[in-house]
Design a protein around this ligand. Structure first.
Ligand code: ADP
Ligand code: MG
Length: 559
């Protein structure tokens, strides 16, 4: 029998997995159960959408069987199964997105950190097993196959006997080694607790034969051993549960189980709506930016369920671009299972849900900003730019939604402040919200243009990102206060008298300025007398809407 090689990246990851001293080895079970549940979802979905198939709820389950004598742990499911090609394609290589992340993370971090960073799914089995055997029969197929691997060396596939559709994964559990205890993965109590901890809300029954003792019938003091099949999980999906039944840990566990992210979310939002459109949703604000977030590869979207059945992995219609960082899922009884992408875009229910969700996210972010500034700043560091893009690309009501979520560095506070905070602190005679653009806070602080405004005691917002000024131009004003660049010609600070005086001095020295202008010829449009300078002899200003920083960016853009 031919032994096949894993793809290079998979091999490296496998080696790490096998040698890892990863503390949370027990998550291997979560991964395998999650795959089993996905496989049942698939067959369930097929049955619901294909009249020739039927779905008997009772015949779909996951069964966990430890065997101490053989040192094996078996995870059986009655899901859709895998063909020979599936086995080859799905278990021989690591999902593309994962491998990308792997490469990136690998540059800075060592082995076991990485494993904690992203879901490795099926491969997690090698953390606890020397040999992994997968026996599977696909729906609609007459043959079954056995896939087997001892780790990085490669794998084999051969025909095998299996009567029923589904998959059986047999793990040959490693021998104990010094401090590493693998025996526990064969212990009933341990398995039960792992299932409870990570997979409680899996919708299908996770069964296990459980041994116990009970009083012998007809006897008061004699005990007898018995074994019975029990369902270990509660089977209620977390989103159907009541918020007050759930702890923060439950939400984090769901986030991890779903691989929404590899960080700990900053906040979760649990929505149960029972109105004209009924839906449940669990949403997360991640803390860290996904590695591909600001790239074309990144796909926004939420998981979409129709009455508990997953119908789409990334439903982009549910999230506006400016909230594309939000992760999570939506389940609605009012959506058709057979809904297609095209119909989805016009679906009224979906539109309603999407609008509703956006409102909730906005409110949660607002309250985070108000009540937990530290975490909001973390969030803002990762995703603030996306909010600004949202303002910039505004064609509708984004502005209203987003302006309250923006923050900029303040010359006075020496930290990020909101526009609302700025405006509430404005001096009585202050007309504008002042800002200064530059590469960094340090550089802006040295700008001559900031001197006059600062001297007046006015606060200045520092714009250090390309997008800042563009976004503000779209916003135009906040609370009826217009934005003003400190380098614009008219700062709205000089009194009329001052302006007149400047003008007449300008006229008196007309020849001098003409002379300077000629020397600088096409480099400047005009040379003028200024009253705004304090410690600098000269500064550049612009006329009209486009400031110097914007001009720099615009001229750097490809035509
Ligand atoms: P993911 O679940 O994120 O796709 P995994 O590494 O966990 O990645 O699994 C890889 C693929 O192998 C799955 O997408 C699925 O196609 C297939 N697979 C794994 N386990 C099973 C199973 N029990 N039944 C059917 N297919 C499975
Ligand atoms: Mg998986």
């Amino acid at each position: 029998m031919e032994k096949k090689q894993f793809k290079a990246e998979s091999k490296r990851l496998l080696e790490m997995m096998i040698n890892s001293i990863y503390s949370q080895r027990e998550v291997f079970l979560r991964e395998l159960i999650s795959n089993a549940s996905d496989a049942i979802d698939k067959i369930y979905y097929k049955a619901l959408t294909d009249d020739s198939l039927s779905f008997e709820k009772d015949s779909y389950f996951i069964k966990i069987t430890p065997n101490k004598e053989n040192r094996t742990l078996t995870i059986l499911d009655t899901g859709i199964g895998m063909t020979k090609e599936d086995l080859e394609n799905n278990l021989g290589i690591i999902a593309k997105s994962g491998s990308l992340a792997f490469k990136k993370e690998n540059e800075s971090k060592d082995g076991h950190d990485i494993i904690g960073q992203f879901g490795v799914g099926f491969y997690a089995a090698f953390m606890v097993a020397d040999v992994v055997t997968v026996i599977s029969k696909a729906l609609g197929s007459d043959e079954a196959y056995k896939w087997e691997s001892e780790g990085a060396e490669g794998y084999t596939i051969e025909p095998h006997e299996k009567d029923t559709v589904g998959t059986e994964i047999i793990l040959k559990i490693k021998e104990n080694e010094e401090e590493d205890n693998y025996d526990e993965f064969l212990e009933e109590y341990k398995l039960k607790s792992i299932i409870k901890k990570y997979s409680d809300f899996i919708r299908y029954p996770i069964k296990m034969d459980v041994k116990g003792q009970r009083a012998k019938e007809g006897s008061d003091n004699e005990l007898e051993e018995y074994e019975e099949e029990q369902i270990i999980n509660s089977m209620v999906p977390i989103w159907r549960k009541n918020k007050n039944e759930l702890t923060d840990e439950d939400y984090v566990a769901f986030y991890n189980e779903k691989h929404y992210g590899f960080d700990k979310p900053i906040k979760h939002i649990h929505i149960n709506v029972d109105g004209t459109v009924r839906y449940n949703a669990i949403l997360y604000i991640p803390e860290n930016m996904p590695y591909d977030y600001y790239s074309k590869e990144y796909e926004k979207g939420l998981e979409l369920y129709s009455n508990g059945v997953l119908i789409m992995n990334k439903c982009s219609e549910l999230l506006p671009d400016y909230f594309s960082f939000v992760k999570g899922m939506v389940d609605s009884e009012d959506l058709s299972l057979n809904i297609s992408r095209e119909i989805l875009q016009q679906d009224r229910q979906l539109k309603f849900i999407s609008k509703n969700i956006s409102k909730k996210i906005k409110n949660e972010l607002k309250s985070l900003m108000k009540n937990d500034r530290e975490n909001y700043e973390k969030f803002y560091k990762s995703f603030g730019r996306q909010l600004k893009y949202g303002v910039y690309s505004d064609f509708g009501s984004n502005k209203e939604v987003l302006q309250d979520l923006l923050m900029f560095y303040s010359s006075k506070e020496k930290k990020l402040v909101s526009l609302d905070e700025y405006v509430s602190r404005m001096a009585e005679d202050q007309k504008y919200i002042y800002y200064a653009s530059g590469e960094s806070i340090e550089r802006i602080e040295k700008l001559p243009q900031t001197e006059l405004v600062s001297e007046k005691g006015y606060e200045i917002l520092f714009f250090t990102e390309d997008i800042d000024e563009f976004a503000i131009k779209m916003l135009m004003s906040y609370n009826e206060k217009e934005f003003k660049s400190v380098s614009s010609g008219d700062l709205g600070i000089e009194s009329e008298e001052d302006q007149k005086q400047t003008e007449s001095e300008q006229n008196e020295n007309k020849e001098l300025f003409e002379f300077m202008k000629n020397i600088l010829s096409d480099k400047v449009k005009d040379v003028r007398l200024s009253k705004r300078l304090r410690s600098h002899p000269v500064c550049l200003t612009t006329e009209g809407e486009v400031t110097i920083e914007m001009e720099k960016i615009l001229s750097a853009m490809p035509d």
